[in-house]
Design a protein around this ligand. Structure first.
Ligand code: GLC
Ligand code: GLC
Length: 644
């Protein structure tokens, strides 16, 4: 089939049957022009997924209709933003970018109060705010909001959609990009679609994966992982009302959507446009690896998942081209990379860097980190990593076993060690973490804990040991120095900037006790912020050190849009990389992952090709004449040529 020909033909037919008169003359032109530019791609993607269905054309027509409606709803201000960002596609690569993610209720109480916290965010330098899911969701356990009952209503505790719109305006006024969750792999079992399915409405039962008995589920089950083994065995839940088994990858009340049904694609696209029109700059694609199910496979990272995400992206290019996608693929590094493309997800979490920073801290060795970054860090110049150390989820050790094996590391054994280390079960470990999702059969688990607790501050304070406290503070700053300089958007996790420790209260809350991730989902109190002003406290040292690193980042464009190369140095405890930009600037980052002083050959400074070298952080000049140089425990240097 000649795709271009068929696509053009289809577009002409669809447009002949679409009344554009509701759109302004200008919007009619824009809509037609964007369709001309993007429809071939959209058509070809959807054709690969749904082309075999006799009703394919019907759904295409419906989709164009939905897009028209969404463009009509888009505000003038957002349309201006669309225009602006089309001329500035690299906005997210600049050195001024700094992200934070937080829960509205834990951070501020509600949406209106969050508006009052904008000065705090701007004083920190934040330009990207990820608000954890704030949509209507079941009372009690809602997986922290990731079980959505209505994408068009906010959780009433937090305020209304009107409040959210106001907040979005206020944020944009303050130069802060808003990031919202696009939870599109599943809905809650209280979503209207799920309720219809429960009543026996076949149309909506087809929105989910429902089965009369266990035969087919058991066939799928042979190749599936269990994501929350503490909740349930297997991936299916019995639904009494419908008298059927339902696919539930996560909690029992999170029903996986059936994307083999084009009605689901269109329905979710409609919800996506609603979110885009609220004024967000990026959508975080939650659990995107799971959206396509294919018998005989793990049902993760399937080729058709990519086609669908590209199709959603191409819809956005027609309706809301300023909005970018952020991938939340916490999977094997080779699979993470596949979601990153200018036509798929322009941004992506960097789970490999996150996991390996913690690995290097535990082992005090950087080889696996360096080799892994060499293999997996480079992505398209149109895209950017979102580099983070902690988030609202657990830490999974998603490194590449083959690469580890080259270094004599057995992946499974090593994961076991890391779990032991970070749950504090390993003799001599500095970390206070909690095991998550322990699999009774395999002994597998993942790790939860706040950044400061995992980095040793909790234990150090328990032991009231000033040296251990200093080490913990130094680790916290060192970790942040990496995400601030390695290339991409650094993303803080609310509470970590204040050095907050684990909170074990969730263990007494029946709606949370089975989900240990609550140990690091912390309520931020004014007293926490005030503590960072008490001279000499660890919180003050963390907050102040971080503030300094952020300032340096913002004032040096070599820390923004620049290439990164990972280099080997003659010391296994030191992690090293260069940044080079097209203005001819170079930065050399050296990071000591151990609590001992480390020596390095000054030959490494030839990377900078300069007569004099100084460190942006300590402001010290480095003696290039001497044959070696030293890094203090957990010290980071950001070295640049001395212009003087
Ligand atoms: C994502 C979220 C996680 C949630 C899961 C199911 O991984 O980050 O918190 O449990 O999706 O929505
Ligand atoms: C798994 C999933 C990831 C999710 C996490 C929640 O790691 O791959 O998407 O965030 O579980 O715990």
């Amino acid at each position: 089939m000649n795709l271009t020909l068929e696509s053009n033909r289809t577009l002409q037919r669809v447009l002949a049957n679409t009344d554009l008169s509701e759109l302004s003359t200008k919007d009619q032109l824009v809509f037609k022009q964007r369709l001309e530019e993007n429809f071939v791609v959209l058509f070809s993607l959807l054709h690969q997924v749904y082309g075999q269905r006799y009703d394919f054309y019907y759904f295409l027509q419906q989709l164009v209709h939905i897009m028209k409606g969404a463009l009509k709803q888009r505000s003038h201000k957002l349309k201006q933003q669309d225009k602006k960002r089309l001329n500035e596609p690299d906005w997210f690569k600049k050195e001024n970018m700094l992200g934070i993610s937080c829960y509205v209720d834990l951070f501020a109480g509600d949406l209106a109060s969050l508006e009052e916290k904008i000065p705090y965010l701007t004083s920190l330098g934040i330009t990207y705010l990820h608000l954890m899911p704030l949509y209507k969701s079941p009372k009690g356990d809602s997986d922290g909001g990731y079980a959505v009952s209505d994408y068009r209503q906010t959780d009433e505790k937090l305020g209304s959609i009107k409040d959210l719109k106001r907040l979005s305006d206020a944020l944009s006024e303050a130069g802060i990009n808003l990031v919202l969750d696009f939870v599109f792999n599943h809905t809650s079992d209280e979503h209207q679609w799920a309720k219809e399915a429960q009543k026996g409405n076949a149309e909506y039962q087809d929105f989910y994966w429902m089965f009369d008995d266990k035969t087919v589920p058991d066939m799928y089950e042979q190749n599936l992982r269990e994501i929350f083994p503490q909740v349930r065995k297997g991936n299916f839940t019995w639904c009494q009302e419908a008298n059927k088994w339902v696919w539930t990858t996560f909690n029992n009340f999170q029903w996986d959507l059936n994307y083999s049904n084009p009605a689901v694609f269109n329905g979710i696209a409609d919800e996506m446009f609603f979110l885009a029109n609220l004024g967000c700059d990026a959508l975080r694609l939650d659990a995107l690896a799971f959206i396509w199910k294919e018998m005989g496979t793990s049902c993760e990272n399937q080729p058709k998942a990519h086609l669908l995400i590209q199709a959603f992206n191409s819809c956005l290019k027609i309706v809301a081209p300023s909005v970018v996608f952020k991938s939340e693929a916490i999977v094997h590094p080779d699979e993470v990379i596949k979601y990153i493309d200018k036509d798929e997800c322009q941004l992506s979490y960097n789970p490999l860097l996150m996991a390996l920073i913690w690995n290097s801290l535990a082992t005090r060795k950087t080889k696996l980190l360096t080799l892994s970054m060499r293999k997996s860090f480079e992505i398209s110049g149109d895209c950017a990593w979102v580099n983070y150390a902690r988030c609202h989820d657990d830490i999974g050790w998603t490194f590449d076993d083959t690469l580890a094996a080259n270094l004599g590391i057995n992946g499974n054994d090593h994961r076991h060690f890391l779990n032991q280390f970070y749950t504090g079960r390993f003799e001599g470990s500095f970390a206070s973490g909690v095991a998550f999702g322990e699999n009774a059969e395999t002994g597998d688990c993942r790790v939860c804990g706040s950044l400061a607790s995992l980095a040793g501050l909790e234990k150090a304070i328990e032991h009231d040991d000033p040296q251990l406290i200093n080490h913990a503070v130094a680790r916290v700053l060192m970790i942040h120095s990496i995400i601030l300089s390695i290339g991409g958007i650094p993303l803080l996790y609310s509470g970590d900037e204040l050095g907050l420790l684990n909170n074990y209260d969730y263990q007494h809350d029946p709606s949370k006790v089975h989900d240990d991730r609550w140990v690091h989902r912390l309520r931020i109190k004014d007293s926490h912020v005030n503590n960072t002003k008490k001279l000499g406290t660890p919180n003050q040292k963390i907050a102040q050190g971080l503030e300094q690193l952020i300032l340096i980042r913002k004032h040096n464009n070599i820390l923004g849009n620049a290439d990164t190369d990972f280099i080997e140095v003659n010391n296994e405890h030191v992690f090293a990389y260069t940044r080079r930009n097209d203005q001819g600037q170079t930065l050399l980052a050296l990071v000591n992952f151990s609590e001992d002083v480390q020596r390095l050959d000054t030959k490494v400074l030839t990377q900078l090709n300069a007569n004099g070298v100084w460190d942006l952080i300590s402001k010290e000049i480095i003696d290039c004449e001497s044959s070696d140089m030293q890094l203090l425990p957990y010290q980071t240097m950001w070295l640049v040529a001395d212009k003087a």
